[in-house]
Write a protein that binds this ligand. Sequence first.
Ligand code: GDD
Ligand code: MN
Length: 368
Amino acid sequence: MPAPATISIIVPCYRERPNVRPLVAALDAALAGRAWEVVFVDDDSPDGTSDEIRALAAIDPRVRGLRRIGRRGLSSAVIEGVLSSSAPLVAVMDGDLQHDETRLPIMLDAVAADDCDIAVGSRHVAGGDAAGLSSAWRHRLSAGGIRLAQLLLPGRSGLPPLGDPMSGFFACRQRFFEQAAPRLSGEGFKILLDLMLSAPRAPRVIEVPARFRPRLAGESKLDLLVLAQFGTMLLDKACRGLLPVRFIGFAGVGLAGVLVNLAVLDVARRFGAGFETAQILGTLVAMGVNFWLNNSLTYRDRRLRGRRLGAGLALFMLVCGVGAVANVGIARALHQQHHSWQPASAAGAAVGVVWNYAVSSTLIWRLR
Ligand code: GDD
Ligand code: MN
């Protein structure tokens, strides 16, 4: 029986087929003499990344693959990969060869020697560099993110200042990660920052200089929505997990819906529609827009497609209709008792949005 791995390298990947084999070869060279395994976590990539991983796993027992269906996300992929590991040490790195694997021994040894809880491959300490970022605006974006993160980091239970909190390249004990796991937000790309903000105690961190290489094959998956998820993750941490971030998103979308409703009402009235007709039209359009926004933003990770889309929209309208009836009923009852209409109206709206959120989360965008 081969010796069990003492090191798991966790690699989130999406559409990285051409990078799988070169990455395993690079790990083989960098980790020679160590008992390691690599766990690729692929979100059902359409380019056959998982087939490539399986083909390699068939001839190399150090290669494992985890394939997730119906879900997306770098951070959540990393979480599931680390939790699948039974090795005492884990390292997280990208699957596109941008992270410099030759730094892994130093990072892993620092954790093994208990010099730190987390060893970060850092672009922003002497000897590291970020030359591989693809454009000037990626450099600016990265710098902005770092500033935002540093605003949040110190002061929160004495977290250490970090040169590169945006890094996605780090090593730690599996146990350490597992203890933080229930509190991780799992949103977006920034799993290291998430981990630092979720650890039960302030982690001891060492930064190892690392070069961020340019991408040779495939393309970056960072887009506007990933940026929005970064904001969501920071918000979640700032609320200390007390208020579900999804609820904040849902309520925000609801607010946008009110504006859409008003705008349509206005246009319809200009075209001579009566108030009631205009309001019904406004409400229907707002529901449609809200459904679309929730489907592509709030519940992006559980997005409905194809046939489910139509059924979801119908159910959403039904649920919101019931929510609207509850909203008006409660507002009316409160108004009759207390005669002041703003608090009554606000209470009605609050009950409506909580109802819509609760039913949407459990019935429409439920976990499959
Ligand atoms: N499973 C899975 N699901 N993997 C994903 C997903 C996803 O939805 N999105 C991206 N990945 C994988 C990519 O395939 C790649 O292996 C890795 O996560 C990083 O994604 P890129 O799209 O290449 O990200 P980047 O190069 O823009 O950003 C990277 O560099 C940052 C430094 O600025 C990330 O590693 C960041 O974590 C890192 O901090
Ligand atoms: Mn990349």
